[in-house]
Design a protein around this ligand. Structure first.
Ligand code: TEU
Ligand code: CA
Length: 554
């Protein structure tokens, strides 16, 4: 297996709007990020991935871009960006940009031109179709954020496709001019010195020419078979690789909803010349009665089956990206761990152990290193996210489900859980802003914040710091072969890693009950690399306490 810096890196995701506000307007910004680089350096991460910071009307918090080569007004200026990049590089931190090129904002110059007339030179930059009639879209597809995936545009009496909000029209990647515009823009950023791209819904850029109705799924037809991993996806990524990516020492990670291990080996194969790695979603897509809106936790055997499969199947062929949460997901400790006060710290450390000991590049979402939790929403007015706002209306207003039944589901899964401000200290607004934050601070900031955790050697923060440092000293954490154990256990997640004559045993409890465990003979009496509580590993039968985690090494 080839050794590369990005395989050895730990990546930290910043959601700039909620990271740090430098000027009291309640919105995080670039100067705020620069002011916290020392904190990130102290934590020990190598790469910072920034969610979009480009000019945007913020229908979807920056995932709707109106100018790819300018900075969002609220976040600062291009000078602020250059300063942030230089200050990051000075500290040995790399910067990965979010590349959102499945769609633009409807306020992007290309789209404003495109909608003007059917013969405009930008018409073919987007996907336009005649409706079945003026009241009926071309087909039954639904958008990710509710409502149909087609928007009627009066100017030319045609519909345009938007897989996300109607302010996010999809680009037409079959148009070579579109591809060249994107590649030129990417080149411009690379020449500025950035260190990589996280590519938003990159698995959706190639669509089939035929666009038949999809299978009804909830309220609308499913566009999946026609828009996800479409006919030319690999061709376009190889072209991007040849024209841009291969010319720079950068890292790339594709956000690829719907990806399987087979597809990942193509998207991110060691020799396929597309991307370095992809985000897969099988372990976070436990859908229930109301689609993604579900308040149930995974059964451990099912979760293990998915993660074990990704570990085993990509080995030596493609590289995993490892994550429990991001800006679209609930907080890891609330979802996979246990955020009750007596278990929060222990279970956050356990989750970190379980993930960072796997093979792949670990991603930490801002605040995860503090064990930040889901937000206690009181009413639908608390939502800021277009997806949560629309989903609540669509499900409850339609009468499909009652508020009482839907509320626990939407509050458990809302993307806003991840988007509350980073809790820096115990002063007002958690030190995030001197003004009024755009989204409320989680009221638990007095107990959970960076200031107290950086001062406490037993904190979640210091545990992450230690895990990150261990990776630098132990190539086995990066390159060791993975082997699952106890696959039928509903309580314990157990696996080994092997590299040359070294071996690690990782044991993580996912339950609030005591369990018994027999240490495999070869590990009895071996030394402990890291653990979230003490235990006696010299005996073969031991009791594992709720959410205990440890790593033995021989
Ligand atoms: O998310 C794309 C994606 O896969 C969605 O299905 C995602 O899971 C969404 O949150 C639905 O629950 C990316 C970005 O990460 C997200 O923030 C954007 O809103 C979206 O693309 C559109 O750009
Ligand atoms: Ca600000």
């Amino acid at each position: 297996m080839k050794k590369t810096w990005w395989k050895e890196a730990v990546i930290y995701q910043i959601y700039p709007r909620s990271f740090m506000d430098s000027n009291g307007d309640g919105i995080g910004d670039l100067k705020g990020i620069t002011s916290r680089l020392d904190y990130l350096k102290f934590l020990g991460v190598d790469v910072l991935w920034l969610s979009p910071i480009y000019k945007s009307p913020n229908d979807d918090n920056g995932y709707d871009i109106s100018d790819y080569q300018a900075i969002m007004d609220e976040f600062g200026t291009m000078e602020d960006f250059d300063e942030m990049l230089a200050e990051a590089h000075k500290r040995g931190l790399r910067i990965v940009m979010d590349l959102v090129v499945n769609h633009t904002s409807d306020e992007h110059r290309w789209f404003m031109e495109s909608r003007k007339s059917t013969d405009n030179e930008y018409r073919d930059y987007y996907i336009w179709r005649e409706g079945k009639d003026s009241q009926t879209p071309p087909n039954n597809w639904g958008s990710c954020f509710g409502g149909p995936a087609w928007q009627y545009d009066e100017e030319t009496a045609m519909y345009y496709l938007h897989l996300f909000s109607k302010k996010q029209p999809d680009l037409n990647w079959d148009n070579p001019k579109v591809r060249q515009e994107v590649f030129d823009m990417m080149t411009w950023w690379c020449d500025k010195g950035i260190d990589g791209f996280r590519m938003d819904v990159i698995s959706m850029i190639s669509k089939t020419k035929e666009m038949p109705d999809g299978e009804i799924n909830g309220f609308y037809g499913d566009y999946g078979p026609y828009c996800v991993h479409g006919p030319n996806i690999h061709k376009y990524l190889q072209e991007m690789n040849e024209k841009v990516l291969s010319r720079y020492d950068i890292m790339t990670v594709g956000e690829t909803p719907g990806v399987t291990t087979e597809l990942a080996k193509q998207y991110a194969g060691e020799d396929t010349h597309e991307l370095n790695m992809v985000f897969q979603f099988e372990h976070v897509d436990n859908h229930g009665k109301y689609g993604k809106w579900d308040d149930q936790k995974w059964q451990l055997t099912k979760l293990k089956k998915i993660l074990n499969h990704w570990q085993m199947d990509l080995y030596d062929k493609a590289w995993n990206s490892l994550f429990w949460d991001n800006h679209d997901q609930p907080r890891a400790v609330s979802r996979f761990g246990d955020d009750r006060p007596q278990y929060r710290v222990t279970s956050a450390k356990m989750l970190a152990t379980c993930l960072h000991m796997m093979q792949g590049s670990p991603y930490i979402f801002q605040g995860e290193e503090l064990g930040m939790t889901n937000y206690p929403f009181q009413s639908p007015d608390d939502f800021r996210d277009i997806e949560s706002i629309n989903a609540y209306k669509e499900w409850c207003a339609s009468g499909k489900v009652s508020h009482e039944e839907f509320w626990p589901c939407i509050t458990f899964r809302s993307r806003d859980n991840a988007r509350t401000p980073v809790q820096w200290d115990d002063t007002e607004q958690a030190g995030f802003t001197t003004g009024t934050p755009w989204i409320p601070v989680n009221p638990n900031y007095k107990e959970i914040n960076a200031k107290s955790e950086t001062a406490d050697p037993d904190s979640v923060f210091h545990y992450y710091k230690k895990l990150i440092a261990l990776r630098k000293e132990n190539p086995i954490m990066v390159y060791g072969k993975y082997e699952p154990l106890m696959e039928d256990s509903e309580e314990l997640f157990v696996y080994t890693r092997t590299l040359d004559d070294k071996k690690l045993l990782v044991v993580c409890s996912f339950t609030d009950q005591d369990t018994v465990f027999t240490i495999p003979e070869e590990f009895v009496g071996s030394s402990c690399m890291i653990a979230n509580m003490e235990n006696d590993y010299s005996k073969s039968d031991i009791t594992i306490r709720p959410y205990e985690a440890f790593v033995l090494t021989k």
